[in-house]
Design a protein around this ligand. Sequence first.
Ligand code: GUN
Length: 380
Amino acid sequence: MGGAAVALLAATRRSSIPLVTSSLPRAARGLHEAAAAAGEDKARTRRRRSSSSSFLGPDITDTWDPPPRPAASPLPPRAAGVDYESTATIIDGKSIAEDIRLQVAEEVLQMKNAVGHVPGLAVVLVGDRKDSQSYVRFKVKGCEEVGIKSLLAELPRNCTEDEVVDSVSRFNEDPSVHGVLVQLPLPQHMDEQKILNAISLDKDVDGFHPLNVGNLALRSRKPLFVSCAAKACLELLLQSGIDLMGKHVTIIGRSKVVGLPTSLLLQRHHATVSVIHAYTENPEEITRGSDIVISAAGVANLVRGSWLKQGAVVIDVGTNPVEDPASDFGYRLTGDVCFEEAVNVASAITPVPGGVGPVTIAMLLANTLDSAKRVYGLSD
Ligand code: GUN
């Protein structure tokens, strides 16, 4: 049963008890109110149960309210750094990414010599979000480093959905482009699904197309592309010699970019996977029972040292800007995991920055190369 279905079931069971809704997180309150309303009319509930929208669960977003943990200790000072008791290996994403880039660069050169073409990646960036602009800069720079051609369409925030779809369609039809990526998030007035649907299945280097996600979910099938962040998490674990078979992995967050595809990929590696989200009760209990914790919630310092069992492996996908007057930009990037605490509990941990980020970009280059190899008949 899916996480949302479990949450709804739990809420429905409690619906006869008067609810003090103001103490519940905003979105959870919505769930409880929906469940109470559902209990009012049995006939209506029966009708709703048979309709596909109720079967698929309410479509509510994951809003992580500040965790209600008054007893939690204050964050340690950042300057405290890694203390001498720390036994955790710091997983070096930069060096793993460098190895992947070297391999991609070599194959790009071989392709150029064999067929006279190089892979091409097209990126569509809408609006002027600073974080998206810098991610796209990293992607373009990554392409340059390995000899992949990059094309960038920049559209203003107030452009129309049709203009974005037109850009995507032009790239779909361009034979020198083997991968098309629309940088997310899109401005709020845009229908993300409509725009992502416009990307050709065989150029979907993000792996967001329903057929790619579906084939990833069905174990004997082979998706054309798998999400770059999910591949990065796996690569970091495998390169660090972490055994996955039968291990309990908890993933925090269920996005299509990270949480969902990572959970599917890990199951193909025979891990036992828990996916927790903004409506999960007692998330700490679940993470504390886990051999591996992968956090992609987008909440700075959500995962404290007390959330981890001794010797756990921690993969931190979060890149959250936090104010830092000492930094040149007035802010710095920090992960979902309180590094200073976790490093004293974990056996291995990825830093932020320098962990998942560079490997994710390297995987995008690898996906683009794979796509071009398919086109030119060079796949294994
Ligand atoms: N925004 C943040 N991460 C990603 C990603 O992996 N792909 C796209 N398209 N947008 C993103």
